[in-house]
Design a protein around this ligand. Sequence first.
Ligand code: PGA
Length: 253
Amino acid sequence: MTNADRPVVITGNWKMYKTIEEGVAFVRELIPLVRETPRMVRLAVPFTLIKPLSDVAKGTNIVIGAQNMHDATEGAFTGEIAGKMLIDAGAKFVILGHSERRLLFCETNAFINRKVKRALSDGLHAVLCIGETLQQREENQTEAILKAQLFECLADVKEEQLTHTSLSYEPVWAVGTQAATPDIVEAGLARLREWLAEGWSESISKHMVIQYGGSVKPDNAKDFLDLPDVDGLLIGGASLDVESFSKIVNYKD
Ligand code: PGA
């Protein structure tokens, strides 16, 4: 199987950017630019934008999601948000385990695992991010780290639930800096598919959508989308500008 058999998913991760007014204007402008694409278009937006952007994107091929959630259904967790609240606001998916959450907010694989399980049982599609730091790569820890993140973040997640999950390989050193090389990305993704087959099944390994994230721009998107194991892109900085984001969505072979 090659990536021709899996959907191609282009996800924008807006991080902590944009007001409601800016977000609505962006989506209104984006709708006609991506209407014809066969690719899936997702935007992971700040919590305040989920409801207004879901309303604007209704009936279009743009899917709105969140960048994080808590693992409890409700409770005394000041400042947190539950999966059901995200769904209530219109979110269809949630990014979990982003390296900024891991590094700046001390999220562990165990905590991310609880979030993944809650997101899936709530009915959200989970996009699990994994990736090694530069130090881990330099110490030849990359494989061990990626494997541990995959198995620990997806512990006890059943095969049927994994059909509502996708992965994003984001080497931490490539986020917001300089993209990884295609060789590094393909090697990482090929290993992820081997481990998915080992831990779950050949079918999961073949059907799992795996995106690459890390300094993707209109002029390097092709390098990654051409790789046999890459099924899409998770884009931070370049997703904030409607022209560069739509160029990546509409990239032609
Ligand atoms: P970047 O961010 O495209 O700005 O490197 C990617 C990400 O953090 O998901």
